[in-house]
Write a new protein. Structure first.
Length: 199
């Protein structure tokens, strides 16, 4: 049985941290996993900036409430879920994702969680499992699934390359140049054509 594993931010919804960077007026927060391969380094750097500016979970959630899925993402996901099982595997956090999952029709999401103090300050984060995307794909394969995986960032490459079929979607010029053998797509219609061909 085949299962599609998709990244969330940059693929189905805009990047949360880029949106918050604009809302907060802090340009440094635009940095994402498209720029920084080391997720731990990136998150600790983000938490330091939040602390420095006295920003917490509420401010980020207020921004997330204004974010809509990328144009065409909901229809794409609905069509795909009618054809096969789909899991969204993301390095985002449960405290961020809920309003976005509602707008996407409540797909299955595997992600991480934030550690939040009583005053709303984000004090740390807890990864669901080490190398969560690759580990999840390998676990699915171990119970009989054939995986088709896609994303846009450095932290997606492990799961993309581990599966029977993998692809990049709206990735960066650098990632595309470093991975010329991977199918790459810029719009949902072309991606759907590809997925139908491998399903």
């Amino acid at each position: 049985m085949k299962i599609v594993c998709l990244d969330l931010e940059g693929v189905l919804v805009p990047e949360i941290w880029i949106a918050f960077s604009k809302a907060s007026g802090i340009p440094e927060l635009k940095r994402t996993t498209r720029d920084e391969p080391d997720y731990d380094k990136l998150m600790n750097w983000r938490l330091g900036i939040l602390k420095e500016h006295g920003l917490g979970l509420k401010e980020i959630q207020d921004t997330i409430a204004t974010i809509d899925p990328l144009p065409g993402a909901r229809a794409f996901l609905d069509e795909l879920r009618a054809m096969t099982q789909v899991i969204i595997i993301s390095d985002t956090f449960t405290q961020f994702a809920k309003p976005l999952m509602e707008k996407l029709g409540w797909p299955t999401l595997f992600c991480n969680s934030l550690e939040v103090a009583d005053n709303g300050a984000i004090t740390g984060y807890k990864m669901r499992i080490e190398n969560s995307k690759l580990s999840t794909v390998k676990a699915l394969q171990s119970i009989g699934f054939t995986t088709i995986s896609g994303g846009d960032s450095y932290n997606d490459l492990g799961m993309i390359r581990a599966g029977e079929n993998g692809f990049l979607f709206r990735s960066t010029d650098q990632i595309l140049a470093d991975n010329p053998d991977l199918p790459a797509f810029e719009d949902f219609d072309k991606l759907m054509e590809y997925l139908k061909s491998v399903l």
